[in-house]
Design a protein around this ligand. Structure first.
Ligand SMILES: Cc1cc2nc3c(=O)[nH]c(=O)nc-3n(C[C@H](O)[C@H](O)[C@H](O)COP(=O)(O)OP(=O)(O)OC[C@H]3O[C@@H](n4cnc5c(N)ncnc54)[C@H](O)[C@@H]3O)c2cc1C
Length: 596
């Protein structure tokens, strides 16, 4: 079974859940029209299915290879990347003056889902490049932008993000890489970075590393980090490639999944210092890096959706073919396993979780778009706060969904799921990293509780909850039988979220240990309530379409009901667990000591 780009579902979600079409029609994106946006997404879907997806298996089996500092991607990757870049896909959101298409972030996020669904190992290269383009565009000097942007936007050169060091993962206070000022205004960079995605490879002519390092007189901690650009090959004034810079790949990691994506140990400055250029201001590197991290976090959430979708497609195809036992439907011989209620439960769970997470990610993408394009400063600021609130949820909820759905996909296959040939196991191996990189999900939950809930005195979270309530009121008012008890069950979930939000805000001041202990459960609760509201909104749109004579989308009402009655019911339990505070963790030392 090969990956089929879910273009219709993506367009439906963007239009009816996130409101992209309405935003386009209101003129938010200048003269862009709905048809153009849709045709770009459809074409990306075709490219993903036809050109990238066939490489996924060979990418997993062959993996990237490192020989004497050179990294070779699996067979077919280089050619596919060149084709992908030639088609302009590296510049979907970039400004036309740099050669980009200037399209909304939400269109790019939709394309990104399909690149990752086709091959996550391939799609990681563009994902990191896109973040580097964003940071350079926002913080790079005129000269750096002129030299690098158009070549990165064309895909001729790719970008990387170098934060992590052996002693500095979640906690970047510990970054040790250092930089010194050179007489000509450039910098010399020294140090080691680990886990650098596509830090070295053979798909592009040059690699533009954005890396965090510390100047000699920098204050300690993250306030002393500066962001530098250090290319693999130094670049002449006319853009021509010159000598090799003093940065090299020492080795690549052997890892659980995404075998095609080289995860590199990078050494800077073991021959006198890598030449680097400052991006933004000295000691303000983290702010610039955050531009990359925010777009990358949403993109990683989308990876969860992408792998979940693919795992679902594979499991559904298998469940229709594989015959075991006799279902209640009866008939001669064994039944396809899809007829067994427990298999239906798994498949429905997979589909509902994927579509809920997709909705959450699309809402986040539209909020990012509005933060750039809304007509006045107040609206842009409000949208930026909404995007800030939703980003950790989009990242962590959706990547957890990817894991859960990929694991269910293995389960649907039974023993064959555990055997590599079916491909279901690869989804589970590939998806697992998304909950770890770009800020581990536990750290995302803390960010949500500590930094995002207090935004505008709690008004941003309150507005999100009010939006969910409005959708559920509409479901209740319409009284459509297909929604079952959706309004009631989802209202319980949203009510639980509301209560726990008030508790969390209070606990942040009075009992921070309890706020931190409950953070991951709180993020999940938020994701369930918001995801349920997204599906309910999709169901309402399907009902409207049916009223106009188009009954093709009515299944969305049933999917919303399934989510509300079978999955969102976890919400009150999560709330109880959060409200019980940190007491149950208190004796952890003695309890864990018994296992030593
Ligand atoms: C395949 C792969 C690709 C990667 N690509 C890149 C890349 O391109 N560029 C780059 O810079 N990095 C990259 N990384 C690094 C990645 O971002 C880090 O692994 C990640 O941020 C977690 O850091 P860590 O591994 O040091 O884990 P740690 O920080 O040691 O965390 C371990 C555990 O402790 C928890 N934890 C840590 N601190 C806290 C806290 N304060 N409160 C509560 N819990 C906490 C975490 O949630 C996690 O569960 C990549 C990693 C991998 C494996």
């Amino acid at each position: 079974m090969s990956y089929r780009s879910p273009v219709a579902d993506i367009l439906f979600s963007l239009k009816h859940v996130a409101g992209l079409d309405e935003a386009i029609e209101s003129g938010l994106f200048g003269d862009l029209d709905v048809e153009t946006a849709a045709s770009v997404i459809s074409e990306a879907g075709r490219f993903a299915t036809e050109v990238i997806a066939p490489l996924d298996r060979v990418g997993d089996l062959t993996g990237a290879r490192c020989e004497n500092g050179a990294v070779f991607t699996p067979p077919g990757f280089r050619e596919a990347y060149r084709q992908w870049a030639a088609a302009g896909w590296a510049g979907v959101t970039a400004a036309p003056e740099h050669g980009g298409m200037g399209l909304p972030h939400s269109v790019n996020v939709a394309c990104g889902e399909m690149w990752s669904g086709a091959s996550m190992g391939f799609a990681l290269c563009p994902l990191l490049s896109e973040g580097a383009i964003g940071a350079l565009n926002a913080y790079g000097s005129e000269a750096l932008r002129a030299t690098y942007l158009s070549r990165m936007v064309s895909g001729a050169w790719t970008g990387t993000m170098n934060l992590t060091e052996p002693q500095a993962g979640s906690d970047l206070n510990a970054v040790k890489a250092r930089a010194t000022r050179a007489a000509d205004g450039t910098y010399r960079i020294f140090g080691q970075k680990i886990f650098i995605t596509y830090g070295e490879h053979d798909m592009a002519d040059n690699i533009v590393h954005l890396m965090l390092a510390r100047l000699p007189d920098a204050p300690p901690g993250t306030r002393g980090l500066s962001l530098f650009l250090a290319p693999k090959f130094l670049v002449g004034p006319d853009g021509s490639l010159g000598a090799r810079n003093d940065v090299r790949c020492a080795s690549i990691e052997h890892k659980l999944g995404i075998h095609a994506s080289p995860t590199c140990v990078m050494i800077y400055g073991d021959a006198g210092g890598a030449t680097g250029w400052l991006v933004g201001e000295e000691n303000r590197g983290l702010a610039a890096m955050f531009v990359m991290m925010n777009s990358a976090r949403l993109a990683v959430g989308m990876q969860g959706v992408a792998i979940g979708e693919k795992a679902f497609q594979r499991a559904l195809a298998y469940a229709r073919e594989r015959r075991q036992g006799r279902s209640a439907k009866g008939g001669a011989g064994m039944s396809p396993i899809v007829e067994h209620p427990d298999v239906q439960r798994m498949l429905m769970t997979m589909k509902a979780l994927v579509q809920a997470a997709r909705g959450v990610c699309h809402l986040t993408a539209l909020a990012i778009d509005r933060s750039f394009h809304a007509p006045n400063a107040d609206e842009r600021a409000a949208a930026a706060e909404r995007a800030a609130l939703l980003t950790p949820i989009a990242k962590a909820f959706s990547s957890d969904v990817g894991d859960e759905v990929a694991s269910l996909g293995v389960q649907v296959h039974g023993g064959m799921g555990y055997i590599e040939e079916t491909g279901a196991a690869q989804h589970m191996r590939d998806s697992r990293i998304a909950a770890i990189y770009e800020g581990a999900n536990g750290v995302q939950a803390i960010d949500l509780v500590q930094r995002k809930l207090p935004l505008s005195g709690g008004a941003v979270a309150a507005a999100e909850i009010a939006g969910m309530r409005a959708i559920l009121a509409e479901v209740a008012e319409r009284g459509e039988a297909g929604f079952g008890a959706s309004a009631e069950f989802l209202s319980e979930a949203v009510g639980a979220l509301d209560r726990v939000t008030a508790y969390m805000r209070e606990a942040l001041g009075s009992d921070p240990a309890s706020a931190l202990a409950g953070a991951s459960a709180y993020l999940k609760l938020f994701g369930l309530a918001l995801g349920g509201a997204c599906l309910a909104k999709a169901g309402l749109a399907a009902q409207d379409m049916a009223a106009r004579g188009d009954e093709t989308q009515l299944g969305r009402i049933g999917l919303a009901r399934f989510f509300a009655e079978k999955l969102a019911t976890a919400a009150p339990g999560l709330a109880r667990s959060i409200l019980s505070g940190a007491g149950a963790l208190a004796p952890y030392e003695s309890i864990l000591a018994e296992s030593a």
